[in-house]
Design a protein around this ligand. Structure first.
Ligand SMILES: Cc1ncc(COP(=O)(O)O)c(C=O)c1O
Length: 419
């Protein structure tokens, strides 16, 4: 037998093994200053393209005031205890009602954090006799929620309706044997590549199969649809989403999340979501802060319009310059380049140090080997000047990637490190 920690000391995990080369720069970077289009990184001004503050609410004076007023009145603790025990208030209820109305559902339930909340929703919606069918590219919180499931689950190929149909056939056969039902899970917007989940096609399959649909609309809420109600509204199928989920971590620039569905389903969930029943209630700062942010989502369409002006300018500018931005149908803007991980690191360093551009970098194993994904999140706070500077910088780094500059740089670094 060995000591449990021996393995941990030897193997730091798929990401942890890069810590000595990446930490503080590529991972766990420290962005300083107010959340905005321009912040400081390592003491330098950078244009920030990696923060999901879509509507620019994080540092909006009205939001800052609402948060500060709530903190002054309640401190950070109130209310204490889980919702069920002592952590419930009128304002939690008011926020739920307003969220439900905003996403056009009968009822909503607040969640402390999205990640645990949706895990518990998946856990509560199914029993061992039920079958889950979910997109293979799902966010980690969905995968972890499915891990709690004691029954059968099938993945379908990403956004592939033929594969979904095939798996629904298998699931239907199985459900006939177990006497259970089927839960299909998709994201409203897939956050890495920006494609919308094909909710309209998924909803159409309800004519052929008997299932219920759960949608994680973390990136669609506030950014898509005529009123900002998300990907379901955008695709005209909000009514076909049986359980709608969104987090406050993106458009709402806060903490917390919610589920929305028919009253009967919310009444059930509120008594069966383990991560909420046995955890502290969302503090009032975030409840009052969310009420303010939601009011702004409803009454200030100019924020979403400005966001989309920037999204369109950035995405069309990239396309005009011949960049591959995949099949994005949302604000999430991926730029795909060919190169190795060391080249990607040299390229990102060049972007940050010499061009003042800060965006996220995604490499294998999240995407196929040999591809580099630079992921950009435009917000309502970006300016045309930011976009112009960024497009210029992207053209420059692409030429350097293609003429081998980053390959040479990364080889030089490897030699200096004695590799
Ligand atoms: C698609 C998706 N679902 C769920 C979550 C988790 O939400 P939270 O940050 O509120 O835990 C995130 C990240 O914020 C996300 O991107």
């Amino acid at each position: 037998m060995r000591d449990l920690f021996d393995r941990i000391k030897e193997n730091k995990g798929p990401l942890g093994k890069w810590a000595s080369q990446a930490e503080g720069y590529f991972v766990f970077p420290k962005l300083e200053g107010h959340i905005s289009n321009r912040m400081k990184f390592n003491g330098k001004d950078v244009i920030t393209w990696s923060i999901n503050d879509y509507l620019g609410l994080a540092n909006h004076p009205e939001v800052i005031k609402a948060d500060a007023d709530a903190a002054a009145e309640h401190g950070a603790a109130y209310p204490m205890g889980a919702r069920m025990m002592s952590g419930h208030t009128d304002l939690h209820e008011q926020l739920q009602n307003e969220l439900a109305a905003f996403v056009k559902k009968e009822a909503a339930y607040l969640l402390n954090f999205g990640y645990q909340g949706i895990m518990s929703a998946i856990d509560a919606l199914v029993t061992k006799d039920d079958i889950i069918v979910y997109d293979v590219d799902s966010h980690a919180c969905i995968i972890d929620g499915v891990r709690l499931h004691m029954g059968k689950r099938f993945t379908y190929q990403h956004n592939d309706m033929e594969s979904l149909e095939k798996n629904l056939e298998r699931a239907t056969k199985m459900a006939e044997q177990t006497g259970g039902g089927i839960l299909v899970i998709s994201e409203g917007v897939f956050g890495m590549r920006g494609e919308q989940g094909r909710l309209k096609e998924i909803a159409a399959l309800k004519k052929k199969f008997n299932f219920r649909l759960l949608v994680d609309d973390a990136h669609g809420f506030g950014t898509l649809g005529a009123t900002g109600a998300g990907a379901g509204e955008e695709q005209g199928v909000q009514d076909d989403i049986d359980v709608y989920f969104a987090t406050f971590a993106k458009s709402m620039a806060g903490i917390g999340a919610f589920l929305a569905a028919d009253q009967e389903i919310i009444d059930y969930l509120k008594y069966n979501l383990r991560s909420q029943m046995f955890a502290k209630s969302l503090p009032m700062i975030f409840v009052k802060g969310a009420l303010k942010r939601l009011e702004m989502l409803r009454t200030m369409p100019e924020l979403k319009n400005k966001l989309w002006e920037n999204v369109n300018a950035l995405q069309s500018g990239l396309k005009e310059r011949g960049f591959d931005i995949g099949n994005t149908q949302s604000c999430v803007t991926p730029v795909y380049l060919n190169g190795s991980i060391p080249e990607a690191m040299a390229l990102v360093k060049d972007l940050r140090e010499n061009y003042g551009i800060f965006c996220s970098i995604v490499v294998y194993p999240v995407i196929p080997k040999g591809l580099i994904l630079l992921r950009m999140i435009p917000t309502a706070t970006h300016t045309m000047q930011d976009i112009e500077e960024t497009l210029e910088a992207f053209s420059a780094i692409r030429s350097r990637l293609e003429n081998g500059t980053y390959k040479r740089l990364s080889q030089a670094v490897a030699m200096a490190m004695g590799e």
